[in-house]
Design a protein around this ligand. Structure first.
Ligand SMILES: [Zn+2]
Length: 421
């Protein structure tokens, strides 16, 4: 190589480098990885005092460094499995087919809805088919665990805890169960000390004596969320592009202890909801720590929390009528506009927004839209929202909800919070 051509080559390299730098500085690249942190019933208003007092530093960081707003639930108020399926599919219940906690079978008996009854693809199916590695943990209505490009730990992993029964397809792949078994927390093994930060163990106030089920209830709900938290952190160590976690406790504790929070201020039970939010915030911090320069974090809830409502005749409406219309949405990380407010979001927008962020097409048959408020103008300018008519290619096999030995246990738990009769 003579001097001259060496100089030209050096120049070409320099020019290419400038181009690379330019394309980086325009922020045109979107994230290549996503973490979904799902918190059932999370509500900015319920968090209000805690945020003001600086007790939720990670939610505060989401507000300061990310784009946040209210995410409307579906109306009329509906149940969490319906909503979390809409979150994961971008579709209305009449399209996805998950109609509630339980399905009424032919002979009038009720069966909890199971994932095989879902008629459309979820974000983990779409991303799996696009070659992304996924890990889905604890998401409602995901048993039997689906074949994905990665890992699925179904919500039914918790129910085996108190039973010797081992169901098939609690995880995908099947042998993942053995790998995560030791991470499961069994409610009966949760010590009083382990829940002391939520539940007053030392005292024996009237409320505790009046409702002895409270302690075992707190242990059961905590055990489930702690199980899913541990498993999600374990799977995060593998090479995954989508990590999705669902936490239930804010909703379950809301249903059980709202009365104490609002009406019985001096009760030790009145602080359980706040204390649980603090635990969720710490957990959010752990998942923020997993982020790198390529990660988008999506924090969402399916509805807010309102407390009991009065019927026109003066009666109290519990169960889903305690759900508020305003859930939460927050995005943080690559491509997200720092400190932005997201306007007019609802639960249907999450899947389209994640697809857009990853540079994938949005399904025209999805009922949500891309939350463009959340993204950097440069990203939006360099990458318009693109569409595909549908991801529902081929026939997704679906059928009636499947019965399991846990059905009575599940229904018992749903009755305890007033979700079913
Ligand atoms: Zn819910």
């Amino acid at each position: 190589m003579n001097r001259r051509s060496a100089g030209t080559a050096a120049l070409a390299v320099a020019a290419a480098w400038v181009l690379v730098m330019l394309s980086c500085s325009t922020g045109a690249d979107g994230p290549s990885k996503v973490i979904i942190f799902g918190v059932d019933a999370a509500d900015w208003e319920v968090m209000g005092d805690l945020l003001r007092d600086g007790k939720l530093p990670n939610f505060q960081r989401l507000i300061d460094e990310g784009a946040t707003g209210v995410s409307k639930t579906l109306l009329p108020l509906t149940k969490s499995p319906v909503l979390w399926t809409s979150i994961a599919t971008g579709k209305l219940p009449e399209k996805h087919g998950i109609g509630g906690f339980v399905s009424v079978a032919a002979r009038g008996d009720t069966v909890p809805f199971t994932g095989n009854a879902r008629r459309v693809k979820a974000i983990w199916n779409i991303l799996s088919e696009a070659g992304y590695r996924v890990a889905v943990v604890g998401w409602l209505v995901t048993w039997p665990a689906e074949e994905v490009n990665g890992y699925m730990v179904s919500d039914y992993v918790q129910y085996e805890q108190e039973h010797a029964i081992r169901l098939d397809r609690q995880t995908y792949p099947e042998d993942l169960f053995a790998e995560v078994d030791h991470l499961r927390v069994i409610p009966g093994n949760v010590s009083d000390d382990a829940v002391a930060r939520f539940y007053p163990v030392s005292a024996s106030p009237e409320e505790v004596q009046a409702a002895p089920w409270h302690k075992s209830y707190v242990k059961m709900i905590y055990a489930t969320d702690e199980t899913m938290r541990r498993i999600a952190l374990h799977l995060a160590e593998k090479d995954v592009d989508l990590l999705a976690l669902y936490l239930n406790g804010v909703d379950s504790f809301g249903h059980a202890f709202w009365h104490y929070r609002v009406n019985v201020k001096e009760s030790p039970l009145s602080e359980i909801i706040d204390k649980y939010y603090i635990w969720v915030d710490e957990t959010l911090g752990e998942f923020m720590d997993l982020m790198d320069d390529e990660t988008l974090l999506v924090v969402c809830s399916d509805h807010g929390f309102h407390g009991p409502r009065r019927r026109p005749d003066g009666g109290i409406m519990l169960g889903i009528y305690m759900h508020g219309e305003n859930g939460i949405i927050g995005l943080m990380g690559k491509g997200v506009k720092k400190g932005a407010t997201i306007v007019d979001a609802d639960v249907l927008d999450i899947t389209p927004t994640i697809l857009y962020a990853l540079g994938l097409d949005v399904g025209r048959d999805m009922d949500g839209r891309v939350l463009t408020d959340a993204f950097e103008p440069d990203l939006l300018a360099s990458r318009p929202v693109t569409f595909v008519s549908t991801y529902e290619t081929g026939q997704r096999e679906y059928g009636e909800p499947l019965k399991t030995p846990f059905d009575e246990k599940i229904k018992e738990r749903l009755r305890a919070v007033g979700y079913i009769q």
